[in-house]
Design a protein around this ligand. Structure first.
Ligand SMILES: CC(C)(COP(=O)(O)OP(=O)(O)OC[C@H]1O[C@@H](n2cnc3c(N)ncnc32)[C@H](O)[C@@H]1OP(=O)(O)O)[C@@H](O)C(=O)NCCC(=O)NCCS
Length: 144
């Protein structure tokens, strides 16, 4: 398994991973294209035998030294094998190498991925009601 930066040719498969993982809450394909324009070094894919099994999108913010993890998804059949952890760590490394000292992300309060984030040093830093729609809050987690 290889983790590398995404090329434009990967974007359709990245969108497929996004749809499988997040359904109607996923990013549109044209947002992913714009994100790749903005942060080509922080859209990473996990590839095995030419198949994309997961991806992570990160981006540096305008606030000095701050970055965000914007999406993390692993193909359903490839989950539970450490891929999510490796992708997240690679995104953290990419942001830190770009000077980010504080890294934030959004997660649903009942998402099992919370454990993954805690293990990699993220801590809950706030809750915003109705973020994903009425009655659907988000947690913001921060690693610094
Ligand atoms: C979250 C996600 C990326 C994790 O990917 P993964 O490759 O399965 O994760 P890993 O195998 O690296 O697991 C790392 C840790 O995550 C936690 N974890 C991840 N998914 C879990 C689940 N469904 N149930 C329980 N724990 C889970 C575990 O603590 C695990 O630690 P362990 O290996 O010590 O048990 C994947 O489940 C996914 O794509 N989910 C749908 C999209 C999503 O919710 N993304 C996060 C949005 S904030």
């Amino acid at each position: 398994m290889n983790i590398r930066t995404a090329t434009r040719a990967d974007l359709a498969a990245v969108y497929g991973l996004e749809c499988d993982a997040f359904g109607e809450h996923g990013y549109p394909d044209f947002f992913l294209r714009q994100a790749w324009d903005l942060w080509p070094g922080s859209l990473l894919v996990a590839e095995e035998k030419s198949e994309l099994l997961g991806y992570v999108l990160a981006g540096r913010g305008e606030a000095t030294g701050e970055g965000w993890i914007l999406s993390l998804a692993v193909a359903p059949a490839a989950r539970g094998q450490g891929l999510g952890r490796q992708l997240l760590q690679a995104a953290v490394n990419a942001l830190e190498s770009q000077g980010c000292r504080k890294i934030k992300l959004t997660v649903l309060p009942d998402n099992p991925a919370l454990q993954l984030y805690r293990r990699l040093g993220f801590a809950e830093a706030g809750r915003e009601e109705d973020y994903f729609g009425p009655g659907e809050p988000r947690l913001v987690m921060v690693k610094s």
